[in-house]
Design a protein around this ligand. Structure first.
Ligand SMILES: [Zn+2]
Length: 177
């Protein structure tokens, strides 16, 4: 899929899931899911993320084939173990973002070798940059819009509950004598 489809899907998944992980900073959670959802294409020299992280992508794309090890469960397990050691719980948003990437790549004809080093390919029929890719991208944007509104609604109602409780606690009381 296109970079923007991956990025939009990552953002959608991030704003749909951050709510369930209360022990992680919500902004960092969304940020890590978002970055992870595009990070795996670091193994492709000409990808968008590789242009942003050139030195790293030069090394990784030299060692690994595109959609090989870096697009596998093995990589996700090893990388999240590393994150767990150094950054604790932030391996969770990484896994979520990375899986969102693999899911979209699995829809394309090139597919992914999910169980690398085993040579089992999982693939679909939707080409990167095709009409479907654009439709998917716009559909995701619509979902981001509505998810954003509903999450904002949750926050506003939480704030209003908080305020009404404060107002209730501070209500003027009649004094009985
Ligand atoms: Zn990819």
């Amino acid at each position: 899929m296109m970079f923007k489809t991956h990025a939009a899907f990552g953002l959608l998944i991030a704003i749909s899931t951050f709510y369930y992980f209360s022990n992680i900073n919500k902004f960092l959670f969304i940020f890590v899911v978002f970055v992870s959802s595009v990070f795996l294409d670091i193994d492709e020299k000409h990808s968008n993320i590789s242009h942003k992280l050139k030195p790293l992508s030069t090394i990784i794309s030299f060692i690994f084939k595109h959609r090989g090890f870096v697009h596998s469960l093995l990589f996700i397990i090893l990388f999240s173990a590393t994150i767990f050691i150094f950054l604790g719980n932030y391996y969770i948003p990484f896994i979520i973002g990375a899986l969102s990437h693999l899911f979209l790549d699995a829809l394309t004809p090139a597919g992914i070798k999910l169980f690398y080093p085993f040579n089992i390919k999982i693939h679909g029929f939707f080409r990167t940059g095709s009409f479907f890719d654009y439709i998917l991208f716009f559909l995701i944007l619509v979902l981001i819009f509505f998810t954003g509104i509903s999450k904002m609604g949750n926050y506003i109602s939480l704030i209003s509950i908080f305020h009404s409780n404060v107002a209730y606690a501070n209500r003027p009381r009649r004094l009985y004598k």
